[in-house]
Design a protein around this ligand. Sequence first.
Ligand SMILES: [Fe+2]
Length: 267
Amino acid sequence: MIDIHSHIIPQVDDGPGSLQVSLEMLEIAVEDGITEIVATPHILSNLEFQREKEILARFEELKAEAQAKGLPIKLHLGSEIYIEPEIDLNHRIATLADNGRYFLIEFPMQGIPVFAAEHFFQVMMEERTPIIAHPERNAGIIGRPERAAEFVQRGSLLQVNAGSLTGRFGSTVKETAWKLLDAHLVHFVASDAHDTQGRPPKLRRAYDLVAERLGEEWARMLFHDNQARVLRGEVLEPPQPLPLETSRKKKSGLREKIVKWWRKEED
Ligand SMILES: [Fe+2]
């Protein structure tokens, strides 16, 4: 499996606090069956790209240590960019493994910024493709999953967290993740790992669940094949989405549920 979303570089964001923990995370990933992993530290604004050199140095150090330990895992560098009205993608770490095309983008948990669709349209004209990180955790998409479908129809790709599929983020997020998956709107599953315990770099359990529900071929596509293409900068041909299953009867109380979940998220 290939993991395209992880916080494994020590001391650059809210990921591991030491090189030792980073290496432990890589050991966990190897054990779980991950053969390639993209380090995607948070880039919270265009200004943060100024830290590129420092991030690169720490990444190279981790890579060298992993190699010295003989860990059978290939490390790539990218970032998880927090959405802004203008994103400067002309940086080595802006696209995953510097492929020049695909970048991982994060929305605020509370909703979808009004400028997102227009901005994506602009970047797609330059042959850039947004991969939206964990849409199933976004309050706007939880409330109206059809908004995720709109983004896909306009050329964005979606990355769901393995932990969302297994219930790590609660039942509302889990339901949304599976709803998107069933509608063929998900293109990647990734770990979004931050540590060794609460959010470790593990994909296997989610892989098994996806294989059970949608078949082995589908699981391979969402945990390996699409990722391999993205890292090579190749064009992806996403499957035709199916109509979203709208469980209208569950709508009552959903708002309260989202607010409750969101508060928990902020703690
Ligand atoms: Fe992340």
